[in-house]
Write a protein that binds this ligand. Structure first.
Ligand code: BTN
Length: 331
């Protein structure tokens, strides 16, 4: 279901006015500014309250916004954006099969670069290697960004790492010192458990990229982890004991992602990001087993190449550059 009618423009404008007001805003001022009667103002305030906004009303002083419903709808995310393109077109679904699938449909129809498709819940959330991405409503972030990078398709494997670094930076700033780590190619972990996954998909011709979808799932306020993934998965709430506001996190990620993406388009490779990726790498210098094209390779991770491959030193000393795969730490 599309949540396009979350609120009408006038209600959204009143909300924004309350947002930017320092303290209370009188009913009279709202009437003057928006050319409406007191009872009309009251109706808009009631509507906002019904949608989960906390608005204090004090006689003689007016209205003050005290909190929002923390749903990643455009009305909540847009005021927080500092981007040129990322998130400027944001489509929110209350329920959808998969935001990656919807993003692909919109990209094929010509949606602009930076368009974002977000959902409160997914009925067919997908992870890497055909896995399911558990997507319950009301607690997490599920979104997909449409990119149209004017670079050859062979640079595609660099995009998940670019996204992982940007998302890591945004989350690290938002949640403080939880010690978040990046696991090549595109997971973010806390205390060795995964709470954020990235699924990048591309449509291209041999020497031309049509579009790339960067799909991101983040377990934010999730309290109950399904039994089958309890060993390996977690959420920001479970690790910090705090709840986070989803629109704040989505806006922070989009704000952090756009500038390095634009730099990367002009650069040749990931060189500029390698120090950051290495500093926060979960795998660096650890013994691993990597599932790579139906083969198991063992060795020690030595780093990430400028073009995004995992550099694995095998037990015979030979260095392998792996462009894809799933790494497991060996005990
Ligand atoms: C993984 O770690 O396997 C990647 C998980 C990616 C999940 C996100 S949720 C939003 C977007 N829509 C999907 O169906 N998948 C991605």
């Amino acid at each position: 279901m599309l949540f396009g009618t979350f609120m009408n423009t006038l209600t959204a404008n009143i909300l924004n006015r309350l947002r930017t007001s320092d303290g209370y805003l009188s009913g009279g001022e709202l009437c003057r500014e928006f050319g409406m009667t007191r009872s009309a103002v009251w109706k808009h305030i009631s509507q906002l309250r019904n949608q989960g906004y906390t608005i204090e009303a004090v006689t003689g002083r007016g209205y003050r916004l005290d909190g929002g419903p923390c749903i990643p709808v455009p009305e909540e995310v847009s005021p927080l954006l500092t981007t040129k393109r990322f998130g400027r077109n944001l489509v929110f679904h209350e329920e959808v099969d998969s935001t990656n699938l919807q993003a692909k449909i919109l990209a094929r129809q010509g949606a602009a670069e930076g368009s974002v498709i977000a959902a409160d819940t997914q009925t067919g959330g997908r992870g890497r290697m055909g896995r399911e991405w558990v997507s319950p409503p009301g607690v997490n972030l599920y979104f997909s960004i449409i990119l149209r990078p004017s670079v050859p398709p062979m640079r595609f494997p660099q995009i998940p790492l670019l996204a992982a670094a940007a998302i890591h930076q945004a989350l690290d700033t938002a949640v403080g010192r939880l010690g978040l780590m990046i696991k090549w190619p595109n997971d973010i972990l806390v205390k060795g458990r995964k709470f954020c996954g990235i699924l990048c998909e591309m449509e291209s011709e041999p020497d031309m990229t049509h579009f790339v979808i960067v799909g991101v799932g983040i377990n934010i306020n999730l309290r109950d982890i399904p039994e089958r993934i309890k060993e390996t998965a977690t959420s920001l709430f479970l690790e910090s004991g705090r709840e986070y506001c989803r629109p704040d996190i989505l806006a922070a990620i989009l704000n952090r992602f756009e500038p390095p993406y634009e730099k990367w388009l002009e650069a040749e490779d990931l060189s500029g990001l390698l120090p950051y990726l290495e500093r926060h790498s979960w795998l660096k210098d650890r013994p691993v087993r990597v599932e790579h094209h139906n083969e198991n390779l063992t060795g020690r991770v030595r780093g990430i190449s400028r073009t995004g491959e995992l550099m694995l030193e095998a037990e015979d000393g030979k260095m392998h550059a792996l462009s894809s795969g799933e790494a497991h730490i060996r005990k």
